[in-house]
Design a protein around this ligand. Structure first.
Ligand SMILES: Cc1cc2nc3c(=O)[nH]c(=O)nc-3n(C[C@H](O)[C@H](O)[C@H](O)COP(=O)(O)OP(=O)(O)OC[C@H]3O[C@@H](n4cnc5c(N)ncnc54)[C@H](O)[C@@H]3O)c2cc1C
Length: 398
């Protein structure tokens, strides 16, 4: 079985993490990426300790640690009063409790870590301009059907082809993703363009009625990542559309001057209308399995979509090794390790958006009262299931 490659549709963070995880266990893979070049467009990403557990398992821990910025705290601010609601320390006690740090990275840098590891590994082959349209499977093989007609066969096919996955379309056929109606605008600015009083070494969330702003430093403190979101009931999915600053301003006229001032500093704003899906219990069909956003797309409110894709890669590599490469049993075992944990992230991300990021009036007052009353220990207990978990434990208990 080890002679036939495992096919991976999609060379995003999830697909490349899966390829390198499999390679560490001696499995050959061919990554089929539809774009002309492998890469990630701008902007930052937050990584909980569970991402670092995965980096170590996948053999890229040192490289990943080198390009991360280690923030000191998670800060929750009230965007109406400009006052702090609560702050969770990410320093020594946090690291001791969860065994790894919390960090922020540039997406391109993170993708680059996996790309380099894949390029340098003999067991990974990367093919760009190879869009997977679907698949056919027989008793011993699966064939990825490619847009370029250069079909390729292997022992398994991993659909790591993102939110609009073609592999999922054929396997599950559950139509378009759910449009949340939340519009996110992203910008990365040089650190000197960030208002001086907001240059905090923190991942900061300003929560306001139907809107919020997130910012944190990036790339060795050379840049700041700005992500501002407006719940404007946007009806259609959009990804990466350039927009004017005027358009971004529109959703934030009602919030305090200090957080609003960041919008004036942003440049080259790009727009996403956020989508997710309801959790599903089965994402394996014979020799085919889904991974990352293709399997469990989530809103970004727990900053866990990529972290979950990394954990998937760990679980997949682990089960392929444990089952001696027998795909028919390894893939269901992989799925069993992942469905509950990823479902909790999908559902809880929606709840966090509704009850922490966007409340108004009495709902916001309740949030402030409840969140400011928690001790640091209580915070750590509440996130233990997530940051203390790994791709191998399917942990969902609080
Ligand atoms: C605004 C925002 C902020 C976020 N912040 C965070 C965060 O802080 N922390 C976090 O952990 N996550 C975050 N996420 C989520 C994270 O970005 C995703 O969960 C993660 O990138 C998913 O990785 P993936 O490899 O599964 O999918 P993708 O990154 O979508 O990669 C899919 C790949 O497949 C390719 N592809 C698509 N179709 C085909 C095809 N038919 N054939 C071949 N190739 C194909 C694509 O070109 C792409 O390269 C955020 C998301 C958003 C929108």
């Amino acid at each position: 079985m080890k002679d036939r490659p495992i096919l991976i549709a999609g060379g995003g963070i999830g697909g490349l993490a899966a390829a390198i995880g499999l390679a560490q266990k001696g499995f050959r893979s061919v990554v089929l990426e539809k774009s002309r070049r492998l890469g990630e467009i701008g902007a930052g990403i937050q990584l909980g300790p569970n991402a670092f557990h995965a980096f170590d398992y996948l053999g890229v821990g040192d490289a990943a640690r080198k390009m991360a910025v280690y923030v000191d705290s998670l800060r929750l601010m009230d965007a109406m009063s400009a006052k702090e609601i609560c702050r969770i320390s990410l320093e020594k006690d946090f690291r001791n409790r969860f065994g790894n740090p919390y960090a922020v990275v540039h997406r391109g840098d993170l993708h680059g870590v996996f790309l380099k590891a894949c390029e340098e590994h003999d067991l990974v082959e990367l093919r760009t301009s190879h869009a997977v349209n679907g698949y056919e499977q027989g008793a011993a093989t699966v064939t990825a059907l490619l847009e370029c007609a250069d079909n390729v066969s292997g022992s398994a096919l991993i659909g790591a082809d993102g939110l609009w996955s073609s592999v999922r379309k054929q396997m599950i056929g559950d139509g378009a993703p759910r449009v949340s109606g939340h519009t996110t605008y992203r910008s990365v600015i040089p650190v000197e363009d960030m208002p001086e009083e907001l240059r905090w070494n923190a991942a900061t969330l300003w929560a306001g009625p139907k809107c919020h702003i997130v910012h944190y430093p990036l790339s060795d403190w050379k840049k700041f990542n700005l992500v501002v979101t407006y719940h404007n009931d946007a009806p259609e999915p959009v990804a990466g559309k350039p927009v004017s600053r005027d358009e971004v301003r529109r959703g934030f006229e009602h919030i305090a001057e200090l957080p609003r001032s960041m919008i004036e500093r942003g440049a080259d704003w790009k727009l996403w209308v956020l989508c997710d899906r309801d959790p599903i219990e089965n994402w394996v069909e014979g020799r085919i399995a889904l991974l990352g956003d293709a399997a469990h797309p989530t809103l970004q409110y727990m900053a866990q979509g990529a972290c979950m894709a990394l954990e998937d890669a760990v679980a997949l590599a682990h089960e392929m090794e444990a089952h001696g490469g027998v795909v028919e049993t390894a893939l269901p075992a992989y799925q069993n390790r992942r469905t509950l944990r990823t479902a909790r992230v999908q559902i809880q991300s929606r709840l966090v958006g509704d009850h922490i990021y966007h409340p108004d009036d009495g709902h916001a007052a309740l949030r402030n009262a409840m969140m400011s009353a928690k001790t640091v220990e209580q915070w750590y207990d509440a996130i233990e299931w997530l940051y203390g978990g790994t791709g191998l434990d399917n942990s969902v208990s609080a």
